[in-house]
Design a protein around this ligand. Sequence first.
Ligand code: PLP
Length: 447
Amino acid sequence: VCTARGADMIVDMLHTNVGEAVDEASARQRDHRYVWHPWSPVKETVGDAPILVSGEGYRVRDAAGREYLDAMASAMNSSCGYAHPALIAAAERQLSLLPHFDLSVGTHLPVGRVAERISGLLPDGLGRTLFVNSGSEATEAAVRIAHGYWRNLGRPRDRIITFAAGYHGTTLVAQHLSGLPTNVTHTLDPFPVTRVELPVPARELRAPESLAPLVEAFERAVLDGAPPAAVFVEAFLNVGGGVVLPSGFLRALRELCDRTGALLVLDEVFCGFGRTGRVFGFDHEGITPDLVTMSKGLSGGYVPFAALSTTEAVYRSFAADPLIGGLRYGHTTGGHAVACAVALAVLDVLEERKLVPAAAARGEELLAGLLPLAEHPEVADVRGLGLVATVECHRPEFAAGLVARARERGTLLRRQGCSVMAIPPLVIDRAGVAELVRTTGKALEDH
Ligand code: PLP
């Protein structure tokens, strides 16, 4: 006999997908009372952010049973989408075999396998990989490695060149690299950083005429002052506002680094593993960096995971360390076996479902669909690269309103300042892209 209450509970269980009934109001109160949310204002009232309980493909479902098209790809890291059976099976299998073992004293099977796979995707010469747990830790490790490399050679260099609008994470070292106003909380100055400002507004940067002033700005930064240890950049400025760089820029940076000896570090935490329609963002320019950091798309949001790959020359230089003859850096769960197993499954899914070319094709559809929105008086620019599209508004309040109205219509968009960004999981299909374009357009008209 199915009572009314019983029927409600069955519906709830369907919503959560985990066999646990959800009391939305008390879940919201509990969260409000106990959770400190990162990058969020302190709140005096219980907010109305969706309490997400399950997902499938490119959609997520909240405790009230509402479905959303997730054009935030979770934390911009859902590549294969939600509830992917192969990723779940890979995690379960490794959990039951061996969750992890300390890589500073031993090893396990998945770490070697995933390091080999990553090196096969990178250009020749980048065959040595260190594993950590987050993009910020990969940045932290990359800066320490760049500094250590020069120390190992007996010619210490510590200055790092970055984009002022770059974003590389929030450990002390990672935050120090950025000049974004939200990141400038520097109370310590651990090493010199030269942060290059964009020579033209973000919306003009992708134009071929912007290449020369941008390269000149980096040349000045590299040549004025102490020789830098590294130039540290993203191939697409994500948190900095969805900024597309002019074609030829990374090739010019490669040449500048070759001339001055500075290591070229590419932060592929956001771009890596298909987001821009190529495996890595720098693949658009055919260059080989000296160090590459990666995270988000590599484990698709299923487990925390990040990596840093470099050359044998950089790796071997650490034999000169006077204390241990190697890198004095690592984390308890770096290269966690479950994370490695999931990443291997992600790489299989990317390959089998051809998600990298799919991201390029869906990205073209997305950008073509959103481009007409540039006519709206509140919109300053519409641009994109691969499967990430940016609708830059003139006012941050308008951008926030657009995101809120899209959410009411069942689509989760991301806001970075004035920029509204559509970043769906790579598994989104044509119908999903059409829906995303339609809802964003309607949310703009609703104003
Ligand atoms: N680098 C880039 C380009 C990022 O987009 C991010 C996160 O958004 C990070 C580094 C930091 O990664 P995490 O948040 O995993 O520390």
